[in-house]
Write a protein that binds this ligand. Structure first.
Ligand code: C5P
Length: 409
């Protein structure tokens, strides 16, 4: 899959540097030509000889190399991809601000190749606002992030910040360098929870953060799709920064229904990741209801089931994906919705489980398609879940194309 690809593997100075060896081995096994670059910090954790022995050429560390006066330009220009694993808070900060202090940070600035960054650090550092901002900046610029995992960290601490598993890192590299399997596809994704007004200031809302839907929109764009993201939540990292993602802001179920029906008409793939209110206040006061008047009686009415409507009017060849957030009987309930709403795929979320669903950065899901066995994806980052959902979409699209070319009946 990576045959002939020239990958600069940047290793910076975190305890996870030892895992870069495994990443390097896997890349070489997959056919890549791996050019290793270590920072000074990395040398405290990992011997040059180890990485040099497994990579395709010896490790480079120096910017001021006499034999090669401008090594960073050459490395940056000739790379098909730059991978930084692990990326420390320092490297993220330098890259986000454009500071070039060593061979790795210079190479990152002197390239037009795609960059995959795999942060690893202690939880306190990972959650520090400076790091959070730097990550957001890099994402906005189109850098591919492989989010760290939760687990045991150096010194016996446990928390978020552990370097992603080598297989996840290599899968991300393959995705970035692989064929754009959604090139030219028009994908519409809804994200976030709806807000239904009670009066001029109060709403009925839900706990959806929109993170999973936004991750799907971003992943679809990374895979070549033209994306419309219909969102109830702000998308500061996307609006204006990713021209291939058009953002349509909505608030209520009625807004969402109007936007989805307008944009899904010409779509090849529609993903309803939004958490839509099932009921809304029948009458909305146009002023603020006064506390002194006592608790209001709020009469609710059902909202339209947008997804069921899209399923009923779906055009041939369109792939329709729904979500099922459940606390009980996950698979049975999701299967029922898959059939009732005429979906091609449903993503079932056990929102009662730890780390799963609303507001978390992680998720665990079961993917259900008509006539196939359920496929479970264990707890992982929402970006990984997004790609797993899109892998299933791509499979459905190619099965449909094969069926059109060679009908079985
Ligand atoms: O039936 P339930 O609400 O559990 O189904 C969830 C799926 O249906 C989600 O994909 C959600 O976006 C969609 N939905 C909808 N309109 C509603 C309620 C849910 O499109 N009124």
């Amino acid at each position: 899959m990576l045959t002939g690809k020239r990958i600069v593997l940047g290793v910076s100075g975190g305890i996870a540097a030892y895992k870069a060896v495994e990443v390097c081995r896997r890349l070489v096994d997959a056919g890549a030509h791996v050019v290793p670059v270590m920072t000074r910090g990395a040398e405290h954790f990992l011997g040059r000889t180890t990485l040099s022995a497994l990579a395709s050429e010896p490790v480079q560390t120096e910017l001021w190399d006499a034999a090669e006066p401008i090594p960073h330009t050459r490395l940056g220009q000739t790379a098909d991809l730059i991978l930084v694993a692990p990326a420390t808070a320092r490297v993220l900060s330098a890259y986000a601000t454009g500071l070039s202090t060593d061979l790795l940070t210079n190479t990152l600035l002197a390239t037009r190749a795609p960059v995959v960054v795999c942060p690893a650090m202690h939880t306190e550092m990972w959650e520090h606002p400076a790091v959070v901002d730097n990550i957001a900046t890099l994402r906005r610029r189109g850098v591919h992030l492989v989010d760290p995992e939760s687990g045991r960290l150096a010194g016996g601490d446990v928390g978020a910040g552990r370097l992603a598993a080598p297989e996840r890192i290599v899968a991300a590299v393959e995705r970035v360098l692989g064929p754009a399997d959604l090139a030219g596809a028009r994908v519409v994704v809804s994200a976030g929870g709806t807000r239904e007004p009670i009066d001029a200031v109060r709403v009925i809302a839900n706990r959806s953060s929109g993170k999973q839907g936004i991750a799907i929109a971003r992943a679809a764009a990374d895979r070549g799709a033209e994306v419309t993201l219909v969102s109830t939540v702000p998308t500061p990292g996307l609006t204006g920064a990713r021209p291939e993602i058009r953002v349509v802001d909505v608030e209520t179920a009625a807004d969402l229904e109007a936007a989805m029906s307008a944009h899904s008409r010409s779509a090849d793939v529609v993903v309803m990741a939004a958490a839509v209110a099932d009921f809304r206040p029948k009458a909305v006061a146009d002023r603020k209801l006064k506390k002194a008047d006592g608790p209001p009686e709020i009469v609710l009415e059902p909202t339209p089931d947008i997804l069921a409507g899209l399923g009923a009017t779906k055009r041939a060849g369109q792939v329709l994906v729904g979500f099922a957030a459940e606390t009980d009987d996950l698979v049975a309930n999701a299967e029922r919705k898959l059939r009732a709403k005429h979906l091609d795929l449903i993503v079932a979320n056990d929102v009662g489980a730890p780390g799963v669903g609303f507001q978390h950065d992680t998720n665990a899901v079961t993917l259900l398609t008509p006539g196939a066995d359920p496929r479970t994806i264990g707890l992982t980052g929402k970006d990984d879940i997004a790609h797993a959902v899109l892998d299933a979409v791509v499979e459905i699209r190619s099965a449909a194309r094969t069926e059109l070319a060679h009908p079985t009946t």
